[in-house]
Design a protein around this ligand. Structure first.
Ligand code: UGA
Length: 439
C-alpha cells in the first residue's frame, strides 16, 4: 500500500474541517468530509465555500473536480477511511468559562461503530487537557482495534491554506509508535518540505495549543497595557513597539496595539485554559490570563472613551461611521469581534452607527440587526460626526482622506488599529486620534 492509498475522513466541516479536507485532498489523498449540517454539506459538495477564506474557494472547487474529495451527512461513509480527523468546534460553554465538549464527544461516538480495524482517530479541535486520554478510553470501549491521537492545529484565519500546507511545525500527541508512523505517512508531503515534527504525549499536545494561543494573547495585551501607560505618560506605543521588537528575543510580531483580540479562538481558549487549570488545582499558575482578558476588554472601552471625549460626551443622535466589522481582515468572521462589539456599544449609548466591512456585513447583520450597514465606504462616512477605523482591511489604508473629507460632517478619525498614515490624514485637515498615542 502506498502512502496515497491511505483514505481520510474529516469529521466537522466548518472552518478547520473544510480547510483540512480540501488541503489533504490537494496532497493526493481521497477524503470524505462528514458534517451534521445538510445545508453546509450541500454547499461544499457543490464546490461552494460557506465562508470567506482567501484561496480556499478555488482550492475547494479544484479538489471537487479531482474526484478525490466528497462531503456527506452520512457518518457510516467513514467506514472506508483509515485515518479520521476530528475538526468540530469547542465553543465557550453557555454557563461558564469552560469549553463545551458536546460536539467532540458526539463526533467520536458517531464514527466509532463504523471504524475498520487499525483505524486512527486524530483530534484537531482545541480541547482542555485530559480530553484526548478520556476520549481514547471511550473509543476503545466501542472499537478496541482503533487508536486515538491528537494533532493540534495552528492555522490563522486569512492564511488557512498556507498554514495547513506549509505549517511552521507539526505537533502530534500519540500513545504509541504506530500512531506516530501513520501520522508521518499522512503528513509525508509536508514533512518532506523540512517542516519540524514534534512528538508529544497526549496531554502535552493538547497543552501546546492552548499555551501557544495564551502566549499570543499575552503579547497583544502586553502591548495594549503599554498603550495605556503611553497615554498616561504622553508616549507613543507604535514607536515603543517598533523599538522593543528589534530585540529578537521579543520579536516584532503581535505587538500591534489597538482594540485588542477577538475571534473564535484566542478569547475562548484563554478562558477554557483558566477553567481547566482550576479543575486541575493549578488555578494560580494561570491567574495572569484573567488580567490578559481584562486588558483586552478594556481596550474596547478605551476607544469608546476617546469617541466620547471627541463628541463632548454626548452620543445621542450622533452619526458614527465604523470601518470594519470582522475580528480581523481577510475573514468574514465576526465571532467576538472587538469592532462589532464597539459598534454595538456605541449604538446602545444612543449613537447612530453605520458599519462598513468588505466581507463581513451579512454575518454582522445577522448578529446585530439593529445597526445600520453600508455597502460602500462613502455611504458609511456620509454626514458622519466621527469615523472609527476598527478592522485593518487594506481598503481602509487606501482611502484618500482628501476625497472623503467632503462627505463627512466633522473631520475626526480615530484609528483603533494603529494602521493608518497619521501624517496623510492630518495633512488633509483631519483630527487624527489613536490608542496609545498622545500626539
Ligand atoms: C489564532 C492563532 O493565531 C492561530 O495560530 C490559531 O491556530 C487560531 O487562533 C486557532 O486557535 O484556531 P486567528 O484566530 O485566526 O488565529 O487570529 P489571529 O491572527 O491570532 O488574531 C487574533 C486577534 O488578535 C485578532 O482580533 C487581531 O486583530 C488581534 N491582534 C493580532 C491584535 O490586536 N494585535 C496583534 O498584534 C495581532
Amino acid at each position: 500500500m502506498t502512502v496515497m492509498d491511505l483514505k481520510l475522513s474529516v469529521v466537522g466541516c466548518g472552518y478547520l474541517g473544510a480547510t483540512h479536507a480540501a488541503c489533504m485532498s490537494s496532497l493526493g489523498f481521497t477524503v470524505v468530509g462528514v458534517d451534521t449540517d445538510p445545508e453546509k454539506v450541500a454547499q461544499l459538495q457543490n464546490g461552494i465555500l460557506p465562508f470567506y477564506e482567501p484561496g480556499l474557494d478555488t482550492l475547494l472547487a479544484e479538489e471537487m473536480k479531482s474526484g478525490r474529495l466528497s462531503f456527506t451527512t452520512d457518518f457510516s461513509s467513514v467506514a472506508n477511511a483509515d485515518v479520521h480527523f476530528i475538526c468540530v468546534g469547542t465553543p465557550q460553554s453557555k454557563d461558564g468559562l469552560a469549553a463545551d465538549l458536546t460536539y467532540v464527544k458526539s463526533a467520536v461516538k458517531a464514527i466509532a461503530p463504523h471504524l475498520k480495524t487499525g483505524s486512527l482517530v486524530v483530534g484537531k479541535s482545541t480541547v482542555p487537557v485530559g480530553t484526548a486520554q478520556s476520549l481514547r478510553e471511550e473509543l476503545m470501549k466501542i472499537a478496541p482495534e482503533a487508536d486515538l491521537a491528537w494533532n493540534p492545529e495552528f492555522l490563522r484565519e486569512g492564511f488557512a491554506v498556507e498554514d495547513t500546507l506549509t505549517p511552521n511545525r507539526l505537533v502530534v500527541g500519540v500513545a504509541n509508535d504506530l500512531a506516530e508512523e501513520v501520522l508521518k505517512k499522512v503528513y509525508k508531503p509536508i514533512l518532506d518540505l523540512g517542516t519540524p515534527w514534534i512528538r508529544a504525549d497526549l496531554p502535552t499536545s493538547e497543552l501546546v495549543k492552548v499555551a501557544a494561543n495564551s502566549f499570543l494573547a499575552t503579547k497583544i495585551s502586553f502591548i495594549n497595557a503599554m498603550a495605556e501607560v503611553c497615554e498616561a505618560a504622553g508616549g507613543d506605543v507604535t514607536v515603543l513597539a517598533k523599538a522593543i521588537g528589534y530585540d529578537p528575543r521579543i520579536g516584532n510580531k503581535f505587538l500591534q496595539a489597538g482594540i485588542g483580540f477577538g475571534g473564535g479562538c484566542l478569547p475562548k481558549d484563554i478562558r477554557a485554559f483558566m477553567a481547566r487549570a482550576e479543575e486541575l488545582g493549578a488555578k494560580q499558575a494561570l491567574e495572569f490570563l484573567r488580567e490578559i482578558d481584562a486588558i483586552n476588554l478594556r481596550a474596547r472601552l478605551r476607544v469608546i472613551d476617546v469617541v466620547r471625549s471627541e463628541l463632548s460626551d454626548d452620543l445621542t443622535g450622533r452619526k458614527i461611521a465604523v470601518l470594519g466589522a470582522t475580528f480581523k481582515p481577510d475573514s468574514d468572521d465576526v465571532r467576538d469581534s472587538p469592532a462589532l462589539d464597539i459598534a454595538a456599544q456605541l449604538n446602545a449609548a444612543g449613537a447612530l452607527v453605520t458599519v462598513h466591512d468588505p466581507k463581513g456585513i451579512e454575518p454582522a447583520r445577522r448578529r446585530f440587526p439593529l445597526l445600520q450597514y453600508a455597502e460602500s465606504i462613502n455611504d458609511a462616512v456620509k454626514d458622519s460626526d466621527l469615523v472609527l477605523h476598527l478592522t485593518e482591511w487594506k481598503e481602509y489604508r487606501q482611502i484618500d482622506p482628501v476625497k472623503i473629507a467632503s462627505l463627512v460632517k466633522n473631520k475626526i478619525i480615530i484609528d483603533g488599529r494603529n494602521m493608518l498614515d497619521r501624517d496623510l490624514w492630518r495633512k488633509a485637515g483631519w483630527k487624527f486620534r489613536a490608542l496609545g498615542r498622545t500626539d
